[in-house]
Design a protein around this ligand. Structure first.
Ligand SMILES: Nc1ncnc2c1ncn2[C@@H]1O[C@H](COP(=O)(O)OP(=O)(O)OP(=O)(O)O)[C@@H](O)[C@H]1O
Ligand SMILES: [Mg+2]
Length: 455
């Protein structure tokens, strides 16, 4: 809905304009003098300003100039519109100049032109911001609209010390995102310390994170600071947090609440200034319900959640990432490989990618090495890439084991969800195309996606 500001001391102007703008479904605000108008224009995002040339306080020319600085188009209007005024207004950058009373067609044309310009400016700005994201998040490649939303959130939380929880399957790019957040924060020059909580046994993990003092346990021959202390002034990234034991969860909660910790075997408190980012590929909410994960810790870490969707749901990203890896790897190994054959690209887009971006990266590396010409062909891709085809699986595998013992409608939900998931992945998440190819309308698709938790 476009937002239009009318600046005119004569309230009749608004009365005259409103019906003419009615079918644009615009949101209209007005100001009776130029100063008030500029104040409004500075605080709200207008798509268009229509201003009286002789407005008091700040006249039309001043309004054109000021709005021009922020890229808002201005249509000037006045009762007596001289040729000189027209020339001066055009020079100043007014989008149009109209005489009162308005000629409806002329007004419509002027408004359309100005709004088109306005949306171009906005698109440009959005693109620039997306580009900024890309630059700041180093090599984070994505064309997926959901990822752009995620990157937007990243940009707003990065400068703060807010705890961030990143969820997503293995290999989707969680570590890269965590590094990106650190890199875009004012702690970027501080350390980034990554700990995989799933890789160490419980007792070792505690001393790894919090450190220990000499004699704390057999083998503790001297004092050793932990990773939290090592990350002081920077960021600690705790991967696979879903596997943390109950006792570790209690300790983590304390560090998060008080930013203080005790080394294992010591009662002295050590303060740390650390930003905490966590990641998991488990459903933590469910772990809380099952009693495996503390609810208080869950709420403490789930301040901002960033979800990275699996690659099979981001077909657009498959192409963007494949090209990105191709360029990088070809340059690394000094081979002149520049693109993909269309059938190779199609196979890449259709593959199920259980290992996500990491798997794609490996596949491209192998392909670049194998490629004989300057293009990667289908033979350079692993033959099992497309995964078992539905024909080979047979319909049985789609059904729950006790499908014959439940209501038919319920039994069909599993296959239905899978089919929708596949179709969405195939169409790069585009709902309109997915709905069309499945032969349902968009609202049916939307309702089913909501039912199956696919939104
Ligand atoms: N959007 C992206 N742009 C460029 N490279 C990416 C992107 N996403 C992932 N990668 C690359 O894919 C590989 C896997 O990513 P990463 O290690 O961040 O995944 P992860 O989710 O942390 O995996 P795990 O769950 O196994 O820890 C890395 O080499 C990373 O650089
Ligand atoms: Mg990781």
């Amino acid at each position: 809905m476009p937002k239009i500001l009318i600046i005119d001391p004569d309230p009749q102007t608004r009365d005259a304009l409103e019906p003419l703008l009615a079918d644009r479904d615009a949101q209209i605000a007005d100001a009776l003098d130029g100063a008030r108008g500029l104040e409004l224009a500075a605080t709200e995002n207008f798509d268009l300003v229509i201003a009286e040339l002789h407005a008091p306080e700040a006249d039309g020319m001043q309004i054109v100039e000021r709005c021009g600085e922020s890229g808002i188009p201005v249509i000037l209007v006045t009762a007596f519109c001289s040729a000189e005024d027209r020339v001066a207004a055009t020079r100043a950058g007014a989008s149009d100049f109209l005489s009162k009373p308005f000629i409806p067609d002329q007004l419509q044309l002027a408004v359309s032109k100005a709004l088109d310009h306005s949306s171009l400016v906005r698109e440009n700005r959005d693109l620039r911001e997306a580009l900024d994201d890309r630059l700041r998040l180093d090599n984070y490649v994505s064309t997926d609209p959901r990822m752009h939303k995620t990157l937007k959130t990243v940009r707003s939380v990065a400068p703060t010390r807010t705890t961030v929880l990143i969820t997503g399957e293995s290999g989707t790019g969680k570590t890269l995102l965590a590094r990106g957040i650190h890199g875009a924060s004012d702690r970027a020059s501080g350390p980034f310390v990554e700990v995989n909580c799933g890789a160490l046994p419980e007792n070792l993990l505690e001393s790894e994170l919090f450190g220990h003092v000499r004699g704390a346990f057999t083998g503790a021959v001297k004092d050793r600071p932990g990773k939290f202390e090592a990350a002081d002034g920077g960021t600690i990234f705790l991967d696979e947090i879903g596997t943390a034991s109950q006792s570790l969860q209690v300790k983590l909660l304390r560090v998060l609440q008080e930013r203080q910790l005790e080394r294992v075997g010591d009662s002295r408190r050590i303060s740390v200034d650390v930003r905490v980012i966590l990641a998991t590929n488990l459903d933590l909410k469910k772990a809380v319900e099952d009693g495996d994960f503390r609810e208080d810790l869950y709420y403490r870490i789930n301040v901002v959640e960033l979800h990275v969707p699996p690659l099979r749901e981001r077909t657009g990203d498959v192409v963007a990432l494949a090209e990105h890896f191709l360029t990088r790897i070809a340059a690394d190994i000094g081979k002149d490989v520049r693109g993909f054959s269309s059938d190779a690209l199609e196979r890449l887009c259709r593959a199920p990618w259980p290992g996500n971006v990491r798997q794609l990266e490996n596949v491209i590396e192998r392909a670049v090495v194998l490629a004989e010409g300057s293009t990667i062909g289908i033979h350079d891709l692993p033959p099992d890439l497309s995964g078992p085809t539905p024909g080979r699986i047979g319909p049985e595998s789609l059904l729950a084991e006790d499908a014959h013992l439940m209501p038919l409608k319920q039994a069909l939900e599993g296959p239905e969800k899978l089919i929708i998931e596949r179709a969405l992945a195939h169409h790069g998440g585009n709902r309109q195309e997915t709905a069309r190819s499945l032969g349902v309308n968009r609202s049916t698709l939307f309702n089913k996606m909501r039912k199956f938790d696919l939104l």
